[in-house]
Design a protein around this ligand. Structure first.
Ligand code: ADP
Ligand code: 5GP
Length: 194
């Protein structure tokens, strides 16, 4: 069920989407943007290594530690955080400003720490938290994706516990029990009809 989101419900303002690793953020967002050129997905910068098939500039900007430092030092990150205690992820500031200026519905995928920063710097953004139908299903999706080692999975599950405990901080909580239902709910929240 979608809760009331107050005076942030007008379309074309920024949206933050957060949720534990493996919940399906990437999957659902790929459907949200499909056939919706008015929605612009922010491409984050990260110091983690690309997974097979991930493309620089499309999935992430894969940066060295020094390159990431330089962007932070020059004030080019809208927010950034150390995620899962290992790698840094951040949202480049200028493309977000440009997308909003162009009238796009900007969507930023960030972790809990990033969402907290954006709550301060961009309070007009509607903050959405994606939850799994159950803890067991989250574990199953994370392991089923097969992109992390067991040690990385354990670390992500530990972060997931902390993130799920903070879901009440968000404007809306959407359950990803089915990709099509979650996609439809996100489009509805964004004020976009299918
Ligand atoms: P995230 O971006 O949140 O880390 P992904 O989009 O990579 O998560 O999804 C993690 C795994 O879960 C993927 O293998 C994906 O295919 C699967 N998945 C995503 N949404 C669902 C769903 N509603 N039902 C079943 N599996 C899903
Ligand atoms: P992954 O390594 O699975 O692609 O992403 C790990 C986590 O990093 C995601 O669950 C997401 O919450 C977080 N993340 C991705 N991009 C950003 C970003 O730009 N800023 C912050 N703070 N977190 C991000």
């Amino acid at each position: 069920m979608i809760e009331h989101i107050g005076d942030k419900s007008a379309p074309a303002h920024p949206f933050v989407i957060s949720g534990p690793s493996g919940v399906g953020k990437g999957t659902v967002l790929s459907y949200v943007v499909k056939d919706h050129p008015e929605i612009w997905l922010s491409v984050s910068a990260t110091t983690r290594q690309p997974r097979p098939g991930e493309v620089h500039g499309k999935h992430y900007y894969f940066l060295t530690e020094a390159e990431f430092d330089a962007m932070v030092d020059q004030g080019q990150m809208l927010e950034w955080a150390l995620v899962h205690g290992t790698d840094r992820y951040g949202t480049p500031r200028k493309p977000v400003a440009d997308a909003i200026a162009a009238g796009k519905t900007a969507v930023l995928e960030v972790d809990l720490k990033g969402a907290r920063q954006i709550r301060q710097s961009m309070p007009e953004a509607t903050q959405i938290f994606l939850v799994p139908p159950s803890w067991e299903e989250l574990e199953r999706r994370l392991r089923g994706r097969g992109t992390e080692s067991e040690e990385q999975i354990e670390r992500r599950l530990e972060t997931a516990r902390q993130e799920l405990a903070a879901q009440s901080e968000f404007d809306v909580v959407v359950k990803n029990d089915s990709v099509s239902r979650a996609t439809a709910q996100l489009l509805h929240i964004m004020g976009i009809e299918r």
